[in-house]
Ligand binder design. Structure first.
Ligand SMILES: [Zn+2]
Length: 127
């Protein structure tokens, strides 16, 4: 699963839906893999308009990526900053979580990621 996916996932436990601690889920013991893809700045710019930047900043830090700026770069800034473009491309487009866990910051439930697929099925007592 792409790192970007973490920006759209929240804990599936009902009691966590209303908690801001359940987003983003926190990667733990993750094995990352990287696909080399050509930089597509138009696509990246488009993706950046949809992401929750604060959550992305958290995810990037937890995965050990270079610290992101406090606010997302504007399309103009991105076009003029080769280094930022490459870093965001690597983080959002190329990097995938292959194995590991995604942990909810509210209930502590750990979702397993195996062979790039996160398992969001909950045990019966949590549904
Ligand atoms: Zn939860």
């Amino acid at each position: 699963m792409k790192v970007l996916t973490l920006n759209f996932l929240t804990c599936a436990v009902k009691a966590c839906k209303s908690s801001s601690d359940s987003f983003p889920l926190h990667p733990k013991d993750c094995e990352l893999v990287s696909d080399e893809l050509e930089v597509n700045s138009a696509l990246l710019t488009n993706v950046l308009t949809r992401v929750d930047w604060k959550a992305l900043t958290t995810t990037a830090a937890e995965l050990g990526f270079p610290t992101l700026p406090a606010t997302p770069p504007t399309p103009e800034e991105l076009a003029g900053d080769e280094k930022m473009l490459k870093e965001l491309h690597t983080l959002l487009m190329e990097t995938q979580i292959n194995e590991g866990k995604l942990v909810c910051g509210h209930c502590g439930h750990e979702y397993a990621v195996k062979e790039g697929i996160a398992n969001f099925l909950l045990p019966n007592h949590l549904v």
